[in-house]
Design a protein around this ligand. Structure first.
Ligand SMILES: *Cc1c(COP(=O)(O)O)cnc(C)c1O
Length: 223
């Protein structure tokens, strides 16, 4: 497991300034997370509510937790107040639920809106046009306790780097369309989360400000 520190060091050395590394620790034991923590890593990503909630009390308090998986509305409550960023808001219903529960709890929740650009039918999220329409209709203006910080997305799972490149470009273009529209009045809208172990250098070349890396840090997951 000493390899984890080595992997982290190697990855971080290749990240441009301003790109945040999320260590995706899902399915890995707390010992592995601690190895990363002791090597200086503070931002961790988990994709299952139960697993995240179980790990929080076992890790130091200054860990910043990102939730990156599909989130069911009936599990939102468990996350409120415990995450630095919920990256995977994939429906307006989920957004409203997060907002209502955050307001109730007197907390502000930071989120990213998840875009669907990949070819796979199974990927969750808003289509780019759908997300732009959400903002242009003022969907964000009625939020009480939620701050939308940017977008998150995944490229098609393929060896065809041309396709992956197109997907990342689509995510970045959608982000810029929103950020640069003065009628939307977005502030603190500055995050493009894209890129995983297999494709993060390409994501960075398309403007990613946050990359989510699991396998390259912790090794293969055992499901
Ligand atoms: C698991 C996961 C990752 C990390 O994938 P790796 O290929 O292990 O780097 C990134 N993003 C999301 C949304 C994930 O679920």
């Amino acid at each position: 497991m000493a390899e984890i520190a080595e992997h982290l060091q190697k990855i971080k050395a290749g990240l441009p300034e301003g790109v945040t590394l999320v260590a995706v620790s899902k399915f890995h034991p707390v010992e592995a997370l601690m190895e990363a923590y002791n090597a200086g890593q503070r931002v961790f990503g988990e994709s299952r509510v139960q697993e995240l909630v179980a790990k929080i009390p076992q890790m130091p308090q200054d860990v910043q937790w990102h939730f990156i998986g599909h989130l069911q509305t009936n599990k939102v409550k468990q996350l409120i107040g415990h995450t630095t960023l919920i990256e995977s808001v994939d429906s307006e219903r989920l957004l409203r639920k997060i907002d209502d529960l955050s307001a109730e709890a007197g907390a502000t929740t930071r989120v990213l809106m998840q875009l669907h650009v990949a070819q796979e039918e199974t990927k969750f999220g808003f289509y780019p046009d759908e997300l732009i329409e959400f903002f242009r209709n003022g969907g964000h203006t009625t939020l009480k306790a939620t701050h939308i910080c940017g977008v998150m997305g995944m490229a098609t799972n393929t060896d065809n780097m041309e396709r992956v490149s197109q997907d990342f470009q689509k995510i970045a273009d959608t982000f810029r369309t929103l950020r640069d529209d003065p009628t939307l009045g977005l502030s603190g809208f500055d995050t493009i989360s894209m890129g995983m172990s297999g494709d993060y250098p390409l994501a960075i070349s398309h403007g990613a400000t946050l990359v989510r890396i699991g396998t390259d840090i912790f090794g293969a997951r055992e499901y």
